[in-house]
Design a protein around this ligand. Structure first.
Ligand code: URA
Length: 271
């Protein structure tokens, strides 16, 4: 620390030199080494030599704090019986660091009584600002897609695999997905939809535990095992609207998926 360090409490403080005062004013209040290094005469490392790597420490694998927190949250999730409790649990969850860079928790939108539930990937900038899923440009396209089969936000329920915006809209990492997956699984259990629509590859692969990409998964019906009481929900992945905005040629396939969804709703007596 650059400060008037006293060797003992009675010793008078030495005034700071002008240079030290200037450093403190500039916010430089810490030094990294005990003794100063004269950079003009110090040995300059040879850039052609490989630095020595520190040896791995045997039998000392650090236990991931995230995972232990996840264990706690998973245990706690089974006790959650309402959406308010789930929202609170997520807002208090410290296991996923995306929370630290996000402005808002993006929990859900739509009707809690809806029989159709859509699950997207993660919020973008607009969603992060408003705290609601799919309110940006891709959300507008999603609304149009839903409307084409007679659905809107009063007849569907929407959430995401990840409830916090990844910085710069990057894809969530597999670890972030693992950390958030138990929450969306509980979310689905609480909503108990009759039809589940994973929107985009990340949602499809993580909810259905598949390795194939969205090109192979879309438009096919899967059985989503919702919980221990054997609740099976028909699930049909479709393209993410953000992808459709970039690849409009795929809209005809998205339309085929929508027709299948409409058929299923009719079959189930949901108009
Ligand atoms: N994309 C998503 O997957 N979810 C949103 O909420 C917004 C954009």
């Amino acid at each position: 620390m650059i400060e008037n360090r006293k060797k003992n409490a009675d010793e008078p403080r030495k005034p700071l030199s002008q240079f030290e005062e200037w450093q403190v004013d500039a916010g430089i209040n810490e030094v990294l080494l005990e003794n100063p290094v004269n950079r003009l005469t110090a040995d300059i490392p040879d850039p052609t030599k490989r630095p020595e790597l520190s040896k791995p420490v045997k039998n000392k694998r650090a236990k991931s704090p995230d995972i232990s927190r996840l264990d706690n949250s998973v245990n706690m999730l089974s006790k959650i019986t309402s959406l308010d409790e789930l929202r609170l649990a997520l807002s208090e969850y410290e296991g996923c660091s995306l929370k630290n860079t996000a402005t808002n928790l993006v929990f859900s939108d739509g009707s809690e009584n809806a029989r159709v539930m859509l699950v997207g990937e993660a919020p973008g900038a607009d969603e992060d600002r408003q705290g609601k899923p799919f309110v940006g440009v891709s959300g507008k396209l999603l609304d149009k897609m839903l409307l084409s089969i007679g659905l809107d936000r009063s007849s569907v329920y929407i959430s995401n695999i990840i409830p916090w915006r990844p910085p710069g809209n990057r894809q969530p990492t597999p670890k972030e997905i693992d950390l958030c997956l138990p929450f969306i699984r509980r979310h689905i259990q609480l909503i108990k939809p009759l039809v589940l629509i994973p929107v985009g590859g990340i949602a499809a692969k993580s909810l259905l535990d598949k390795k194939e990409g969205i090109m192979r998964l879309r438009g096919r019906w899967f059985e989503y095992a919702a919980d221990e009481s054997d609740m099976i929900i028909p699930a049909i992945p479709t393209f993410h609207p953000a992808f459709l905005l970039r690849s409009p040629a795929q809209k005809s396939n998205a339309w085929r998926d929508l027709i299948q969804i409409k058929r299923k709703l009719t079959e189930l007596g949901i108009e």
